[in-house]
Design a binder for this molecule. Structure first.
Ligand code: HEC
Length: 273
């Protein structure tokens, strides 16, 4: 390609012709053009603006990202309602105490949101009915707490929020996946789940038809759904605590629970239940 000609189209034809004639190096013309072009952009290149994650000459500390101004709170970061964000209230005795109350009213929408989040994030371990024998537990994870046993029924509502926020024993925390509002919605849904599993005909509005779970399960072709399920023998669940490392025992969340049948055949050598 004749760069000289190309340049002459872009720039002054006389300049291009002159250069070609003089030294016969059209590349020089291109170089000059590029330099000139770069020169033209100078003003736009050095704008007095901050680029994220880059330094800046404007401030004494040369940081583009500005630190938060002391003793100020950024918009949307004022966490005034500490119970909403922590699930605990500072008691008169100096301890932070869990409470059996919701920080905002529970509506049907809140429960629906809680059910949806519970089914996404909690059922892998706790199962949809909350008995603690989800699919992951069936494959060997420590049995998750049965949300219907006496221990769990007696816990204050904000304990569920606290567990989701900080994790509990073998359970990881869900603070990154669930906003504080969603964690409360899940906690409220756990209460609804507990009520649903212990419901009696008295809880049903007068006139409504009550059908047994067994009949419904048989009709849908899954009679096994009506009774508690047991873990397969391949699920390994119990390990002794390591006192030296301070790790808790990886034993069933509630060994007294009659619905949890812990198989003994596949326990690793030395493990106890
Ligand atoms: C990866 C599996 C897993 C998932 C997912 C999981 N959990 Fe758990 N959860 C456990 C295990 C295991 C325990 C028992 C902890 C222990 O004893 O070490 C437990 C215990 C609990 C307890 C009882 C705490 C106590 O004081 O006894 C609650 C409440 C609970 N989980 C709620 C939830 C909620 C709500 C979710 C969903 C946001 C959830 N879990 C998701 C595994 C899980």
């Amino acid at each position: 390609m004749n760069v000289g000609r190309l340049n002459s189209k872009l720039w002054s034809p006389t300049l291009a012709t002159k250069c070609r004639r003089k030294d016969g190096a059209p590349g020089v013309v291109l170089m000059t053009a590029l330099l000139l072009l770069a020169g033209c952009r100078q003003d736009m290149q050095n704008q007095p603006k901050l680029i994220p994650q880059r330094g800046s000459e404007m401030f004494a500390d040369h940081r583009g990202a500005r630190p938060q101004v002391l003793n100020t709170v950024a918009r949307g970061q004022l966490r005034e309602d500490s119970y909403f964000y922590t699930g605990v209230i500072q008691g008169a005795n100096g301890y932070r105490e869990e409470q059996n109350l919701m920080p905002f009213p529970v509506t049907l929408d809140v429960l629906k949101r809680g059910q949806e989040r519970f089914n996404i994030y909690c059922t892998p371990c706790h199962s949809r009915v909350g008995n603690g024998l989800g699919a992951i537990v069936e494959r060997g994870y420590k049995p998750a707490a049965n949300l219907h046993d006496q221990v769990r029924l007696a816990q204050p509502l904000s304990h569920y929020f606290y567990v989701m926020t900080h994790g509990y024993g073998a359970m990881p925390d869900y603070s990154a996946q669930l906003t504080p509002e969603d964690r409360w919605a899940v906690a409220a849904y756990i209460r609804a789940l507990q009520l649903s599993q212990a419901a009696s005909t008295k809880d049903v509005p007068a006139g409504a038809t009550v059908r047994s779970l067994k009949d419904l399960a048989t009709e849908t072709g899954h009679p096994e759904y009506a009774s508690p399920w047991t873990l397969p023998t391949t699920a390994i669940q119990a390990y002794p605590p390591v006192a030296k490392e301070g790790t808790p025992a990886l034993a069933p969340a509630n060994p007294a629970d009659p619905t949890i049948k812990v198989p003994t055949s596949k326990l690793p050598a030395g493990a106890t239940q």
